[in-house]
Design a protein around this ligand. Sequence first.
Ligand code: 5GP
Length: 184
Amino acid sequence: MTIKLGKLFVLSGPSGVGKGTLRENALNGIPTLKYSISCTTRKPRDGETDGVEYRFISREKFKEDISQGLFLEYAHVHEDFYGTLKADVVNELEKGNDVLLEIDVQGALQVKEKMPDAVLIFVAPPSVEELERRLTGRNTESSESISVRLNNALKELELKDKYDYVIVNDDLDSACEELRKIIL
Ligand code: 5GP
């Protein structure tokens, strides 16, 4: 008997580019696609629940999990640690389900090294000016935080050529359709 393994998809892109919306659209439209819930040391924001958006864990627990080799990848993003548990991903792939990760660029490149069949998808803004407009328009970030995010965005954009696909999120519906076609 041959077992058909699922495929692993990794979505990255700068803050404010619309990754979250694309991810939700893909997960709602493709029942066999499973989202892997990351671990993080950051505190939950209002409305976030442990085990839904993230598994919120202490720095001590995160370090212990690193030393036990439990992470497929992990990275220090902004001020905190974020990581994907290897077992979560492998269990779903072995069931034949496809898995979607939404993680930063450093993590995505670690995944590609360990699992070369993973499909890396980068979501890019139509331009840096447009990204700045979107970040400013969200009204959720201070001007200092916007400039940190923009600087990070420029660094991330430099690495987009290492990805298998780049989706330019100019029109949301077309971007969702592009992502769907890559996954299906
Ligand atoms: P936020 O704190 O706003 O939810 O996420 C901040 C950043 O961390 C985002 O760029 C997100 O993609 C990234 N991130 C979330 N989970 C993981 C993970 O498991 N691993 C890595 N490397 N990055 C992650």
